[in-house]
Each structure stands twice: as structure tokens, then as C-alpha cells.
Ligand binder design. Structure first.
Ligand SMILES: C[S@@+](CC[C@H](N)C(=O)[O-])C[C@H]1O[C@@H](n2cnc3c(N)ncnc32)[C@H](O)[C@@H]1O
Ligand SMILES: [Zn+2]
Ligand SMILES: [Zn+2]
Length: 724
């Protein structure tokens, strides 16, 4: 049987839907967003891939998408499961799932995402933790409102990095600008807050003001100015310019920070920015003393050199606990301890996952996004570790007053992440795009799916015996404990060459998670999640070999006519060659490639951000069959024609598709992989020489401009011209 996805794919309408989902992934697919994972893929895309792989070729995938289709008994494998998108979508379609990831932070979060939990028990466990720690934490985040003299709760504390000028030794506060708070949509709400560098007063101004008189010292200044200029600072006292990283590095300790402002919240929910006072410094000091006297759990792991960690090592961050201030460490440790005292395992572990998830929003690498949006910019906003000069301290437990809520805290995420994920599990839905042109919105469609939840088993025999629906491994997927020919379809999203360094980043969470899990889980015993078999090589050949090993293992466990489908994009030939070689090494061939909207915000390496890639290629692979002989000229011709057809279908169904050069490159090179597979070893040039993949990719890369779609090609005659 040929599957529907080998023939066609609803790239156009699905791309519209995928974009819609990507605006609020956490709301639209909450199951996979209780905890951070990097570069997670869109659930709707994976639903469509699975339907296309499991349905016969006569099926209209787009129609089936909104039909309650089900594929009981089918086994789906994801060897790079990340946050578990494939698994959740496959469970929704009634399949049995096997997932594997080398990183324990991934496997733990997928387990918690899928494992059923008693909601009543969970609420009870949450209330118990609240009783134990909320009053103590809240006390440490209270101040006195200078206008009323009343005790007020703090929403956020504003800190600035300080360093002594290397020339005159005066201590400098490294403000990038004096405006430390403005609305996320400043044109709508222009009010902004500026701190006076001379006297520390907080002045209310507008986001674009260039002149301001300080209400504290009467000085006039331009609030747009800061002390820093990129990687350098200019001393206000002696005017010397110096490099910040070097100067902080030379101190031999982690950067110092000064507390300069607070956002407080009054009883009705009204918020106010105030200057930090002695009371606040004293309260912070109390937390420091408490930490010194405290014998609770704190992370012990050291930060090892690496692609992502070298930068923070230059700032003298040596241990994972260094990324938090003392008050954060104390409160987090209290909270962790209370969670670990919970006797019921499923509740305890889910609260532990929630604890780990708020770490992202409760450390000194966070900054302020402003009101009118999720106010805290979390540490992994850029998928890197970037020391923050104007840092934001959040309040761990969090508060809710009227409509004002802290962003990224334990109590608020319990509702917006955990309870929302459980609600989705009970009543999963798909989005349907409604409206047209510029105004598209999503309408929820229920009753299409099974619950994305499953009892977990520990081996394949039990899974096959029907005693559970999901089998998860924390292992290198080049060796899976699965029999030959046991899997119907592999659907995955592999790590990309040169891209996110998962384990270096995941160690930030792991350092805390292992405090609660190392006794019960072998995969939490090591000090780090870095692993020699992780597919994350920066050198193309090494990446190709590592990916090839996992793909080979997938070929072994796949049924003879099973499909292996994965998403991929890259802006350079090198990436396509690496992935193509891995496919060949696994005795697979690409039988179809479809473009689809990708969700990539903030995650691209330098080379890709200049010309962003908005589209992934979905590569549909099967065991290699007998190749057909062809000349290079003919091969280029077919590749070009297929790429044009794909591009045209995409643009016609989705006028908003807005394809960049890089997107067209992705479409072209994915088709080149199809061509290469079909003629493996039988593709020859005019002199009879066998053409390598590298040569074919170099040739098709030259043709990318030939598949630009111009307006006149979108309709009528033009459209036919493109298709012939
Ligand atoms: C791109 S992510 C997957 C994201 C996922 N599709 C999602 O939507 O959440 C790739 C994953 O591969 C994992 N990985 C890397 N090398 C591996 C290996 N040898 N075996 C298993 N997993 C590996 C990484 O830990 C990472 O989670
Ligand atoms: Zn100086
Ligand atoms: Zn002043």
C-alpha cells in the first residue's frame, strides 16, 4: 500500500493553521508546554503527518484532519522525542507509541505529560505545598509602600549589574538605558519608567522622551542614554571606555548586582513602580542569612565548557547555582523541599516538573519585557546563556490580585500550564482557521481525538500485549530495545546540524531536577546530561555519521514497507548533504518531500538569521528500492519542475506564505534529495561519471532563483505555465 503522504500533503492550508498554532503554542497544545524544551514542533503538523502516513493514498489528508480518524494497533516511534509532540499526536489518533530521547530532562517531561494523574489529589498536594512555603516566600517579597506606609507585595525586583571602572575604580551601574520599564506596545501605552543615574530616583516619562528633569535631584537628562554601548561601557567619572566581559571576568567572581527598583501591587491589583529602599535591601539581606543557615537542597553541578556555556564561564559563572541570587536560591530550595515531601508519586513528580519549569522565569538571567504581555523574558529567550545587565527578579510563588498576575511563578503556572494541560488531555481539540486575508483566527474543534494520555510500560512485550499505550526510553536511539520490524511508522524531528545544543542548556534544569530524582532514576545519577552519543556535532561529517546511526536503527525496527518521516531545514548545502548521507547510510531513500511552515523564533544560528527560514521540509523516507538510471541534466530538470510545483501549490493555497530565498532553497534541496534517492548510484553526467550528492546539490542550489513565484504566476495562465 502506498500511503497518502507519499503522494501529496496539504502544505498550503496546513501552513496557515501551523502559523496560527505557533502564536500561542502553550495554549493550543498545552500538553507539550508544561516545561521548556527547545525548538518544539507544531502539533497540527505532526497530526497531519501521522494521518498522511497511516492512511491510504486515496485519502484527502486535509479532510481527515477534521474527522475523528483512529489507527488502533499501529506503533509509532519517535527516536528524538524532545517535548513529545509526535507521541501526544499519535496517542490522539489511537496509536501505540514508543519514544526515546538521550536527555533525561526530555524523558521526564514527556512521562509527566502523558501519565494520568488524579486531579483531586493534585489539587490537594498543591494546597499542602502552599501551606508549607507560601507565607515564608511571600514575606521575603514584601515591602512598604512609601506613599501609604502599608505593607505591599512585590511583583518584580529590578537589578542592575555593577562593576568597578578599571581606570578610576569608581563603581558603575551598567544600565543599557535609563528606561527600565515600558509597555510591550509603547505606541498604545507610552508611559515608561526611568531611573536617574545621579540620585537613583524613579521618574515616570514616556518611552520615546529625550529630555527629562529628575524629580529627585532636578538634573536634566536624556533618558534614552545608558552607561553601556554594546559590549563596552563608558565610565561616567573618567570617561574611559572598557570591555564589560573582560572587566567582570577579571574580578574573579560572578557579577555583582544592585537592587534599584520594584514593581509593587496594591490590594485592588493596581501596580506601582517604586525606588528600592533600605527596607528592601534589609529584606534581601535576611534572605541571604537564611540561606547561609539553611541546610536544604541546592544544585551542586559545575558548569562545563561548551559552545553555549563558554560565555557565562567568562563572567565567572562556575556552578549552576550561580545563575540565581541568594533569595531565589533560598526560596527555590524551600519550595523543592516541600514538593519532595509529597508522598503520592504522580503528584510529587508533576509538581517537581512545574518547579523545574518556573526556574526559567526565576533566575538572574531574566529581564523585563514590560506590561501588556508575559512580563518576564525568560533565560532561554534566545536559546543561549546571555548574562543580563538589567536583570529581573521574579517572586517564585507568585501573586494574583484582581486581574494582575505574576508571570512565570509556581502558583500562576500551576493554573496556566499544569491545569491547562490536564484540561487538554481530557478534551483535546484542533484549531480551524477562520476568516481570510489579514484577519485569521482559530476556532476550536473538539471530539476529533483520543486523550493524549497513556499508562506507561517498561518493555515492548508489555506494550504489544496491550497493557499500556506508551513505552519511553531515556537512551541513545542508535540502540533501541525493540525487536526487528516492530514499528509501523517513525515520525521525528532530529537535531539539526549546527543548531540548538540541547544538553548544555538542559543542564540548567537538570541540576535541580536531579536533587529530587537521582535516588529513584538511574538516568538522573550523572552530574550532567551531556552524552558522547548525543547528535550535536558542529562538524558536518560527524553530524551525518551520528544521525545516520540513529536512522539505521530506525530502519532495523521499521516494518519492511514502513515510512520514516522527519522535518528538516538548513540554509547551506553542507546541512543537506549531511542529512542526505545519513539517509543513504540507513539504506533509506526520500520518496517525497513537502514544505511546511516551521516555528523557529529566536533559535537560528547566525547564518540563518540574516535570511530567515520559515519553512521546513518534511522528508518522507522508505527502504531504498532499485534505482533508475538518469542523466544529470534530466535529474536537474525534474528537481526544478517538482520544486516549482511545490512552491506553486504552497503559494496558491496560502497567499500569506511570503517565501524568502532561504525558504525556496529548502524546497529545492529537499526535492534534490528525492531525485538523488530515486537514482542512487545511477545518476551520471555527460561523460558517464557518477554524480555525487554534493555535486547535485551544488547544481540545484544555482537554480533557486528560477523558482521565484511572481504575482502573475499565481493565477490563470501563469499558474499553468509554472506547472508545465
Ligand atoms: C529537535 S529535538 C526534538 C524536538 C521535538 N520534535 C519536539 O517537538 O519537541 C531533538 C532531540 O534529539 C535528542 N537527541 C540527540 N541525540 C540523541 C540520540 N543519540 N538519541 C536520542 N535522542 C537524541 C535531543 O536531546 C533532542 O531532544
Ligand atoms: Zn572611571
Ligand atoms: Zn536624580
Amino acid at each position: 500500500m502506498m500511503a497518502a503522504i507519499e503522494q501529496d500533503f496539504p502544505s498550503g492550508p496546513l501552513s496557515v493553521l501551523a502559523e496560527l498554532e505557533s502564536w500561542r503554542k502553550d495554549v493550543n497544545r498545552p500538553t507539550y508546554h508544561v516545561h521548556k524544551w527547545w525548538a518544539t514542533r507544531l502539533g497540527s503538523v505532526f497530526r497531519a503527518i501521522l494521518i498522511g502516513a497511516l492512511s491510504e493514498d486515496s485519502t484527502d489528508i486535509w479532510e481527515a484532519f477534521y474527522t475523528p480518524v483512529s489507527f488502533p494497533g499501529k506503533v509509532i516511534l519517535d527516536p528524538f522525542m524532545g517535548a513529545g509532540t509526535t507521541l501526544g499526536e499519535a496517542l490522539k489518533l489511537g496509536c501505540t507509541v514508543v519514544g526515546s530521547d538521550i536527555n533525561p530532562v526530555s524523558t521526564f517531561q514527556v512521562q509527566k505529560a502523558l501519565e494520568p494523574v488524579d486531579l483531586y489529589e493534585l489539587q490537594r498536594a498543591f494546597e499542602q505545598v502552599k501551606r508549607k512555603v507560601q507565607p515564608q516566600i511571600q514575606y521575603l517579597y514584601q515591602t512598604v509602600d512609601p506613599d501609604t506606609g502599608q505593607v505591599a507585595d512585590i511583583l518584580y525586583c529590578f537589578w542592575v549589574m555593577t562593576v568597578a571602572c578599571p581606570h578610576c575604580k569608581e563603581r558603575l551601574r551598567l544600565f543599557d538605558t535609563s528606561i527600565f520599564a515600558k509597555h510591550a506596545y509603547p505606541k498604545k501605552v507610552p508611559a515608561a519608567q526611568s531611573v536617574c543615574f545621579a540620585c537613583g530616583q524613579i521618574n515616570t516619562t514616556t518611552y520615546d522622551a529625550v529630555n527629562l528633569r529628575c524629580s529627585g535631584c532636578e538634573r536634566e537628562y536624556n533618558p534614552q542614554f545608558g552607561v553601556t554601548d554594546g559590549t563596552k561601557a563608558i565610565c561616567q567619572h573618567c570617561q574611559t571606555a572598557f570591555r564589560i566581559a573582560e572587566t567582570v571576568g577579571a574580578t574573579g567572581h560572578v557579577p555583582d548586582y544592585d537592587l534599584y527598583a520594584l514593581l509593587i501591587v496594591m490590594s485592588g491589583g493596581r501596580k506601582k513602580y517604586i525606588r528600592a529602599s533600605e527596607i528592601d535591601k534589609e529584606r534581601y539581606h535576611q534572605a541571604r542569612i537564611l540561606l547561609q543557615q539553611h541546610h536544604g537542597l541546592l544544585p551542586t553541578g559545575a558548569i562545563e565548557p561548551g559552545h553555549n556555556t563558554n560565555q557565562i564561564l567568562r563572567y565567572n559563572y562556575r556552578a549552576w547555582r550561580d545563575l540565581f541570587n541568594d533569595r531565589q536560591l533560598y526560596c527555590l530550595s524551600l519550595l523543592l523541599q516541600a514538593i519532595l515531601e509529597e508522598p503520592e508519586r504522580a503528584c510529587r513528580e508533576l509538581l517537581l516538573l512545574l518547579f523545574s519549569s518556573i526556574l526559567e522565569y526565576n533566575n538572574l538571567f531574566c529581564s523585563y519585557k514590560g506590561e501588556g504581555t508575559g512580563a518576564v523574558r525568560p533565560i532561554f529567550n534566545h536559546h543561549i546563556f546571555k548574562p543580563e545587565r538589567m536583570a529581573l527578579e521574579n517572586t517564585i510563588w507568585g501573586i494574583t490580585r484582581g486581574t494582575t498576575k505574576s508571570s512565570g511563578c509556581f502558583a500562576t503556572f500551576f493554573e496556566s500550564r499544569v491545569l491547562r494541560a490536564i484540561a487538554y488531555r481530557q478534551q483535546p481539540f484542533e484549531l480551524r482557521a477562520v476568516g481570510d486575508g489579514e484577519k485569521i483566527s482559530g476556532e476550536k474543534v473538539y471530539q476529533l481525538s483520543h486523550a493524549p494520555a497513556a499508562s506507561l510500560v517498561t518493555d515492548f512485550d508489555t506494550l504489544k500485549a496491550g497493557k499500556g499505550k506508551a513505552l519511553l526510553f531515556c537512551t541513545d536511539s542508535s540502540h533501541l530495545d525493540l525487536p526487528d520490524h516492530s514499528v509501523d511508522v517513525v515520525v521525528t524531528d532530529p537535531p539539526y546540524f549546527d543548531f540548538v545544543h540541547y544538553s548544555e542548556l538542559a543542564d540548567f534544569f537538570y541540576a535541580w531536577l536531579r536533587l529530587g530524582l537521582h535516588q529513584t532514576r538511574a538516568e538522573f545519577r550523572a552530574e550532567t546530561t551531556r552524552h558522547p552519543q548525543e547528535v550535536q556535532q558542529r562538524e558536518a561529517n560527524a553530524f551525518s555519521t551520528a544521525l545516520g546511526r540513529v536512522l539505521q536503527e530506525c530502519t532495523r525496527v521499521l516494518k519492511p514497507d514502513g515510512l520514516l518521516i522527519f522535518s528538516f531545514h538548513h540554509s547551506r548545502n553542507e546541512g543537506w548533504e549531511a542529512v542526505g548521507q545519513a539517509i543513504v547510510a540507513a539504506h533509506l531513500g526520500v520518496v517525497a518531500a513537502h514544505p511546511i511552515k516551521a516555528e523557529m523564533a529566536g533559535a537560528s544560528p547566525k547564518a540563518q538569521t540574516d535570511d530567515p527560514i520559515n519553512y521546513d521540509a518534511i522528508l518522507v523516507c522508505k527502504r531504498q528500492t532499485a534505482p533508475v538510471a538518469v542523466t544529470l541534466e534530466a535529474a536537474i530538470g525534474t528537481t526544478l519542475a517538482k520544486a516549482k510545483a511545490k512552491l506553486h501549490a504552497l503559494t496558491q493555497d496560502n497567499p500569506r506564505s511570503n517565501l524568502s530565498y532561504a525558504d525556496r532553497f529548502v524546497i529545492m534541496q529537499s526535492q534534490a534529495l528525492c531525485t538523488f534517492s530515486r537514482h542512487l548510484g545511477q545518476l551520471t553526467d555527460a561523460w558517464g561519471e557518477v554524480v555525487t550528492l554534493s555535486r547535485l546539490l551544488a547544481a540545484t542550489a544555482q537554480m533557486v532563483d528560477a523558482i521565484a513565484v511572481h504575482d502573475d504566476e499565481l493565477t490563470g495562465e501563469g499558474a499553468e505555465r509554472v506547472l508545465v
